[in-house]
Design a protein around this ligand. Structure first.
Ligand code: C5P
Length: 234
């Protein structure tokens, strides 16, 4: 039943809550996302623990600073053993290029597998009404995706609604990670540019990041299984 394309977001601030959910979901979930809420409160130990449970980790700290600082920060984070790290594409081409090069060089020097590096395009919580960019959101997302690809990144984080356009523009080997996933009938919360798990996969997403629809469900394991069943049909 497990499907590596499902990444469950561990947006908790207590280690016990993480352990309870991961133990509850058991073998059905392989990939977890550690974001700022958890990392800032619990620290790197949570990544060690997830790795000891044979889980994969997307460390979602969304770095955004000058090129030298981001490259150095990523090299420090690489020591923690996460499988995916990320930066904001809005940090610019040079920032992304230096970051990708630093990770490639450092991982080769240390003899470790390079974590995938992906870029946040436009947050899935932003809608057209509050968007203040000159381009349409979808055009900006595609522009960021192409910039990230040219800079040597492995992929992007984007809304499932933009996955198809990114796939068309960036080809088959570019990773597309989509939060903003809501199974039919579930609460939207603060997300805006959403779609169902099946629609996201059909539009070309490689990984689905799902938090509250599983974490806040009355029965998280059942919620995950329903999502996995929907995913298995695509
Ligand atoms: O609970 P929900 O399913 O909305 O969680 C989505 C997760 O994906 C959150 O941890 C959020 O930080 C993250 N995320 C996002 N939009 C992005 C990048 C990451 O919602 N563009």
């Amino acid at each position: 039943m497990a499907d590596e394309r499902l990444i469950v977001a561990l947006d908790f601030h207590k280690f016990d809550e993480v352990k309870n959910l991961v133990n509850d979901l058991g073998d059905s979930v392989i990939f977890y996302k550690v974001g700022m809420e958890l990392f800032y409160s619990v620290g790197a130990g949570v990544i060690d623990w997830l790795k000891s449970q044979n889980k994969k980790v997307f460390l979602d700290l969304k770095l955004h600073d000058i090129p030298n600082t981001v490259a150095g920060g990523l090299c420090s984070l690489m020591n923690l053993g996460a499988d995916i790290l990320n930066v904001h594409a809005a940090g610019g081409f040079t920032m992304m290029k230096n970051a990708a090069e630093a990770l490639r060089e450092e991982s080769a020097k240390r003899g470790i597998v390079k974590p995938k590096l992906i870029a946040i395009t436009v947050l899935t919580s932003i809608n057209q009404a509050e968007w203040c960019g000159a381009l349409k959101i979808s055009e900006q997302v595609v522009q960021f995706a192409k910039l990230a690809q040219d800079a040597g990144l492995d992929g992007v984080v984007a809304s499932p609604q933009e996955a198809k356009l990114i796939r068309e523009n960036c080809g088959e080997n570019f990773l597309i990670v989509t939060p903003g996933i809501r199974p039919a009938g579930s609460d939207i919360n603060d997300q805006s540019r959403i779609s169902t798990p099946a629609a996201a996969l059909k539009n070309g997403a490689n990984y689905l990041v799902i938090g509250r629809p599983i974490r806040a469900a009355e029965n998280p394991k059942l919620a995950a299984e329903k999502i996995l069943a929907e995913m298995s049909e695509v």
